[in-house]
Ligand binder design. Sequence first.
Ligand SMILES: [Zn+2]
Length: 118
Amino acid sequence: MPDNETDLEARFRARVDAELAELLAMSRSSAGERAPVELDQQSVGRLSRMDAMRVQAMAQAGERRRQARIVGLRAALSRMDEGEFGFCESCGEPIPEGRLEVDPTARLCVACARLGER
Ligand SMILES: [Zn+2]
């Protein structure tokens, strides 16, 4: 933890760290479900091959969402290290804490995020 860490960073770092650790653990534990579906019915057990492929597709979609979130969480941690956490990347204004509470990976203030949606 850097000496110059702000209260804001201290409050959110633990939460971001915890979510990151949880996602990485889920990613590891679900690796088997994402593995290629074996042709050998023995290894699939009761599930039909179609079911196994559906499970695999869902697991892969879940993993893509997890990886995107992991990228966002790591970016938030590096912004904390750089002292840029909590400031809008577009206009430089502080991001309201309520917005960070909802999503600590938010990179834009409310006004700039709205502009981006147009
Ligand atoms: Zn802004």
